[in-house]
Design a protein around this ligand. Structure first.
Ligand code: ZN
Length: 244
């Protein structure tokens, strides 16, 4: 009996020493240089964990932007803002001066909730070779309306129908933002069809064009956001797509 007890004790001691040894070799502090050039001190386990974490976080961020033109609409835009807030999604709104002036509270809410606000002319006019000065004045007037509400300078413009004159960029210090995915939401009242068009066409770094002036567009946009988030996309403002 005594022999067995001694054997168990010896075995236990050896196992304990072995465990201690393993723990020590894993816990030993070492110093290494990261790819950024930074010298880091830690355990071997820390060293192995670092590149893996960096790799994962880089791979996971697939950015995409959704934009809404023509608003704010007195009820649909608020509905949309509620939905975006619930999902923690930031969007970009290209508003007309006319509608912004009518609904300053909605513009303020967009700003407070982290959305980007851009210019979509005052009365939604299309630039033609004949109306250059009028178009330019509409941009200036809309900037003034938005700036009065938000206190911030407006830097981005979405020209209606995409018609633009590059010389405005220097003259007004404004940057045009077009789009890469157009589901033509304004010409369909079929929510499922609009959602499908967005989800099918959208990919990384795309800028989706929508309008917060129709309830079907708002419903479809939120559904598409849900599906794309499930696919791993992160919604950002156009600024983050264009300049990050
Ligand atoms: Zn428009």
């Amino acid at each position: 009996m005594k022999k067995i007890a001694t054997a168990i004790l010896v075995f236990d001691l050896m196992a304990g020493l072995l465990f201690l040894g393993l723990w020590e070799s894993n816990g030993e502090m070492i110093t290494w240089k990261e790819t950024t050039g930074k010298t880091v001190t830690g355990t071997q386990a820390d060293r192995l964990a670092v590149p893996e974490q960096t790799h994962d976080s880089q791979e996971e961020i697939r950015k995409i932007a959704i934009t809404f033109d023509d608003g704010p609409h007195p009820s649909y835009t608020e509905q949309l803002l509620d939905g975006l807030k619930e999902r923690g999604v930031h969007a970009t709104f290209f508003v007309t001066g006319e509608h912004a002036k009518m609904h300053p509270d909605i513009i303020k809410r967009m700003q407070e909730e982290g959305h980007l606000i851009g210019n979509h002319t005052y009365s939604h006019i299309q630039l033609t070779p004949k109306n250059r000065e009028k178009f330019k004045q509409e941009l200036i007037d809309t900037n003034a309306v938005i700036q009065e509400i938000t206190g911030e300078e407006v830097q981005y413009v979405r020209p209606p129908y995409g018609a633009w004159d590059k010389s405005f960029e220097k003259e007004l210090n404004m940057f045009p933002v077009l789009w890469t995915v157009d589901p033509l939401d304004w010409c369909s009242s079929n929510v499922a069809c609009i959602t499908e068009k967005i989800v099918d066409k959208a990919g990384e770094n795309d800028i989706i064009l929508m309008h917060d002036y129709f309830d079907t567009s708002v419903t479809a946009a939120l559904k598409a956001i849900d599906e794309l988030m499930e696919e791993g996309y992160t919604f950002v403002t156009v600024e983050e797509i264009l300049f990050d």
